[in-house]
Write a protein that binds this ligand. Sequence first.
Ligand code: ITT
Length: 201
Amino acid sequence: MRLYLATSNPHKIQELHALLAEAGLDIEVHTAEALGGMPEVVEDQDSFTGNALKKARALAALLPADGLALADDSGICAVALDHAPGVYSARYAGENASDLDNLYKLLDELDSVQDLDRAGYFACHLASVDASGEETVFVGECHGNIIRKPRGENGFGYDPVFVPLGHERTTAEMSQEEKAELSHRGIATRKFIAWLKERLM
Ligand code: ITT
């Protein structure tokens, strides 16, 4: 079986590659580049699952017969902001906003929110679509708090302001392996791996 990652985000690719590699699956893992690049997808759905399925379906249209497309739609949700930015996480500060612009927009929006009410969570919805069109979705959430000042150099996106429950460091202060143990992407990917192992038996 050949698995194709339906994402253009290099950080997601790196995290997914590492999680899949440690699972010891008998599969080939490719990026969308192997199929000519990730097709343009308008992420206009109001749910992570909806957008993940759109991205996976777009790449699945290009799959070989033994292929499986895997897309990741993810983001951060702040409880005090009615779960914003959620599906808008990648463009919270505008259409061409950088990760840093988005992070500071989140901090601005939460400025008047007291420390006790800064609960939030990362969500990752993975959608897998095979060449026959079979669709399956796997969900992971990582709950914690959104702090006031960025800390740490690892990870990407909103990692420097997110401290998982039961921890004191941000996910940007953790190694990739530590983050993968508890992250939304780690949880969703381990569900996907368990499903894939059954399917390959
Ligand atoms: P693809 O659609 O090509 O996969 P993308 O970066 O546009 O890439 P999304 O639409 O899913 O992906 O947006 C995800 C947003 O949530 C983006 O702003 C990320 O920075 C943020 N995000 C997702 N997972 C994260 C993580 O593990 N750590 C920090 N930020 C994360």
